[in-house]
Design a binder for this molecule. Structure first.
Ligand SMILES: Cc1cc2nc3c(=O)[nH]c(=O)nc-3n(C[C@H](O)[C@H](O)[C@H](O)COP(=O)(O)OP(=O)(O)OC[C@H]3O[C@@H](n4cnc5c(N)ncnc54)[C@H](O)[C@@H]3O)c2cc1C
Length: 400
């Protein structure tokens, strides 16, 4: 079998892309190195632009039904950002574990005919005339959605400039002896560190902790149960069971190009940054959304191949701004009295609406106010009548 597109990686980006391509009529095979989904969730939220993306394909309602939280705000380094009056039908942040989003996207992709092959990694590929071969299978395009350590990126020779992490923190999902918080709170440095504990439902809590013990650890070091207990003790909490635990850094890097010939990058394969503000998964979904309809149009012969060059032109600047935001947040979250003073002054002076638009993912694309997103479920372009005349709307809802 020769699919149109091989997608490396069945994370949120790869699954969104696969569904979007299949909706556009493409034959798609997803190759995933893991033998099965882990069920673990690093990300916990959907920003307003991602809600629009998912609503445009009829996927949002199922996710809202199982989301443990809906917050009328986002945050920038713990500074609350009011989403209530943002120009979107979804002026809130949806608190939902990444695994739920992946499940829904996997079901959607499968229902559209996508093949997802688990236990099959993309370890190498060969560029051939008009396509790519992977594991003896030929396709027109290969898309690396294979995460931060992307093999596709490395093998394609695309540079990944930026810097390594300067801070290291722990993340864990735990149950607590004696209960825990009932509300989602914003991160705030206190003393010599940072501790955030968020209720995920079913008695499970997300723990994010940074302090001297975490700074001294390496990213791939195991997380002993005692370290989680010591971190939680700062808030008088006691862990009962650790469901999973890991570490993350604020490494900040972006692929120099999102395309090399017939090979493309999307999601964490194209950009990594600190999770501050909750934007990584969201960026990946939005990369996939843009690349998906463009690639499907080219495969259907309705647009020239040069349309695919505009994927980099559109999406690279968006991630560059997120990297800029997350680096700034990293500075503002350093536990230090002087930085706290800076954060307080910054909070007084800043235009929080502009920041909210940025973190919500609403600061790019030309929109048609009041567009009924259900119009877009077919993944095709539409002409919409407005009082000022007909307007061309792309499959992603933007004017163009
Ligand atoms: C602690 C933490 C908290 C976070 N919180 C948030 C948040 O609240 N909000 C948010 O938006 N983002 C958050 N993120 C970021 C978010 O989790 C990632 O941006 C998101 O998972 C990226 O999705 P992806 O599909 O691009 O990559 P991944 O999720 O990494 O998926 C890549 C997939 O590719 C597979 N793979 C790898 N190599 C190969 C190969 N060679 N061949 C085939 N398959 C391969 C992997 O097994 C994996 O399944 C957080 C990250 C961390 C670490």
């Amino acid at each position: 079998m020769s699919p149109d597109v091989i997608v490396a990686g069945a994370g949120p980006t790869g699954l969104m892309l696969a569904g979007e391509l299949a909706l556009g009529g493409a034959d798609v095979v997803v190759l995933e190195r893991l033998t099965a989904r882990t069920g673990q969730s690093r990300a916990l939220n959907l920003q307003p632009r991602s809600a629009e993306v998912l609503a445009s394909r009829g996927l949002l309602d199922d996710l809202l039904a199982v989301a443990p939280a809906r917050l009328p705000r986002g945050h920038f380094a713990g500074i609350p950002l009011d989403y209530a009056r943002l120009p979107t039908p979804y002026p809130y942040q949806i608190g939902i574990p990444q695994a739920r989003v992946e499940e829904r996207l996997a079901d959607w992709s499968l229902s559209l005919g996508v093949q997802i092959r688990y236990g099959v990694g993309v370890e190498a590929f060969t560029e051939v005339a008009g396509g790519v071969t992977v594991n003896g299978m030929r396709a027109r395009f290969l898309v690396g959605c294979d995460g931060a350590r992307s093999t596709v990126r490395r093998r394609s020779g695309i540079g990944f400039p930026g810097r390594d992490g300067r801070m290291c923190a722990l993340v864990a999902d735990v149950t607590l002896a004696g209960g825990g918080p009932t509300e989602w709170t914003l991160p705030a440095p206190e003393g010599d560190g940072l501790l955030t504990v968020l209720p995920l439902g079913d008695g499970v809590f997300r723990v994010l902790a940074a302090g001297p013990a975490q700074m001294a650890a390496g990213k791939d070091d195991p997380v002993p149960a005692g370290e989680i207990a010591a971190a939680l003790a700062r808030n008088g909490l006691t862990p009962a069971e650790v469901r999973w635990a890991g570490r993350f850094t604020d490494a900040s890097r972006q692929a120099a190009h999102y395309r090399a010939g017939n090979v493309f990058l999307a999601g964490d394969a194209a950009h990594i940054h600190s999770p501050a503000g909750g934007q990584g998964l969201n960026l990946g979904l939005q990369d996939a959304f843009t690349l998906g309809w463009m690639m499907a149009e080219v495969l259907r012969g309705e647009s020239p191949g040069s349309l695919l060059d505009t994927y980099h032109q559109e999406r690279h600047p968006v991630a560059a701004r997120v990297l800029q935001s997350t680096r700034a947040q990293g500075v503002l979250l350093v536990p230090d009295d002087d930085v706290t003073a800076l954060r307080e002054v910054f909070t007084e002076l800043v235009d929080t609406r502009a920041l909210a638009m940025r973190v919500a993912g609403l600061d790019y694309g030309r929109r048609l106010p009041g567009l009924d997103l259900s119009l877009l479920t077919d993944g095709r372009r539409h002409v919409v009548d407005t009082p000022d005349g007909p307007v061309n709307v792309r499959p992603d809802g933007f004017i163009g």
